[in-house]
Design a protein around this ligand. Structure first.
Ligand code: HEM
Length: 409
């Protein structure tokens, strides 16, 4: 598919050299030159803040069944068409009303703000234990020690996952999230479908186990909801659990790691945060804006959608580029490319999406980000890079795969 992109053309091209190190130059050119781009790969790419924000709030479909025929529909259809398809396309993220409303309200009932706020001491304890390990080692990997294990432990505990070896699950969910981006070749598409099927199988077993071991946790509450009102069928239950589990850790890892990366590259801002711990909440908004953990979200038009003097036809897959919108100087001002922890408009970032699908885990992600980054920078005055950071090579869930740090001078 990638050979449809001619070198030198001004197109959204995540396969261009240097994209993972810095996608923001390309986004800027697109915002300036072609902010609503009809892409030869068969989707449209929207990159300005105002258009992204309006698009997300417009209540468009997210169901790929509404796509008109074309190369992109084929790629997405591949995930959906498998006989024993797993959880993909069945979670609330991929459903329209009335299914979306029903599924979301059910999960909102058990995933309350109060339940999240009550987790703060637990999160602080997990962070401090990770920092103790880092202090002991001197040099270590930030992703391995803190950014990944924290959200993984928190969502596993909230759901009440059984205590098993999680390394396979980590591998599978790492593959599964590639379904959220443009897939360059059929091998990757096949790997995603296989990961989906395996993770679905594991989740079915977990649910069966939980039926025998009910407790005060999200899984038990979701299972109970299924029995009470018959509002979740078996496959739907599996799909919502996979979504919560995967979304619960594959995103917040990037918030923490991208945030610390931004701080280490901007020592004045790191010093500011140490001086003014009261900036922690706004700092997290600025991390979300500056190097967004989720770079894109998607919609499908069911009728012609007018935007910025163009008209996106019905049946089109539209990528709303959150990472680009968050750097739009038309909204954030001429210094939009600078990290500024005291930026008042940072809270208007669109990293959690907007409208009916606005992220259900936003409060949890913010809390984990604040506790982790504040404690890390206060505890280690000598925090610094201990080698080169390596990006994870993901177009959408952007973050480091390797992040060597030292906590000693
Ligand atoms: C949806 C981002 C953490 C659960 C979304 C969407 C985005 C997003 C962009 C789609 C919004 C749209 O299309 O309008 C993020 C980011 C996170 C994060 C950047 C961390 C920094 C979490 C966590 C959880 C979670 C921790 C749960 C434990 C969900 C769910 C949805 C969702 C369930 C689907 C909502 C729906 O379709 O109605 N998230 N997320 N997310 N997120 Fe998150």
């Amino acid at each position: 598919m990638t050979d449809l992109i001619e070198p030198g053309e001004l197109l959204f091209n995540p396969f261009a050299p240097g994209f993972f190190e810095n996608p923001y130059e390309q986004y800027k050119m697109l915002r300036d030159e072609d902010p609503v781009q009809e892409h030869p790969l068969g989707f449209w790419f929207v990159s300005r803040y105002e258009d992204v924000s309006a698009l997300l709030k417009a209540g468009l479909s997210v169901d790929v069944a509404n796509l008109a025929e074309g190369p992109f529909a084929e790629q997405l259809g591949y995930f959906a068409a498998e006989e024993d398809a797993g959880a993909l396309n069945r979670s609330m993220l991929d459903r329209d009303p009335p299914d979306h409303t029903r599924l979301r309200s059910l999960v909102t009932k058990v995933f309350t703000r109060r339940a999240v706020a009550a987790l703060e001491p637990k999160i602080a304890g997990l962070v401090d234990a990770a920092l103790d390990r880092m202090a002991e080692k001197g040099a270590s990997d930030l992703v391995e020690e803190l950014a990944f294990p924290l959200p993984f432990a928190v969502i596993s505990e909230m759901l009440g996952m059984p205590p098993t070896d999680h390394s396979r699950i980590r591998e599978l969910s790492g593959t599964l999230v590639r379904s959220l981006e443009i897939v360059a070749d059929e091998d990757t598409a096949r790997a995603i479908t296989a990961a989906d099927a395996e993770l679905t199988g594991i989740t079915r077993e977990v649910i069966a186990w939980k039926r025998e071991h009910p407790a005060d946790d999200l899984l038990t509450a979701l299972i109970a909801a299924e029995h009470d009102g018959q509002v979740l069928d078996g496959d739907e239950l599996v799909a919502q659990v996979v979504l919560l589990y995967v979304a619960g850790h594959e995103t917040t890892v990037n918030l923490i790691a991208n945030g610390v990366n931004a701080l280490l590259r901007n020592p004045d801002q790191l010093a500011l945060l140490r001086e003014r711990p009261d900036l922690a909440a706004n700092a997290v908004e600025e991390f979300l804006r500056y190097d967004s953990p989720v770079q894109q979200t998607r919609r499908v038009t069911t009728e012609a959608y007018p935007v910025a003097g163009k008209e996106i036809p019905a049946g089109t897959f539209v990528l709303a580029c959150l990472g680009s919108a968050n750097r739009d100087e038309r909204f954030f001002g001429p210094d939009a490319d600078r990290l500024r922890l005291d930026r008042a408009e940072a809270r208007h970032q669109v990293s959690f999406g907007a409208g009916p699908h606005h992220c259900l885990g936003a409060a949890l992600a913010r809390l984990e980000g604040q506790v982790a980054v504040s404690r890390l920078v206060q505890r280690f005055p000598e925090l610094g890079f201990a080698g080169d950071l390596e990006w994870n090579g993901r177009i959408n869930l952007r973050g480091p795969a390797k992040f060597p740090v030292t906590v000693r001078a």
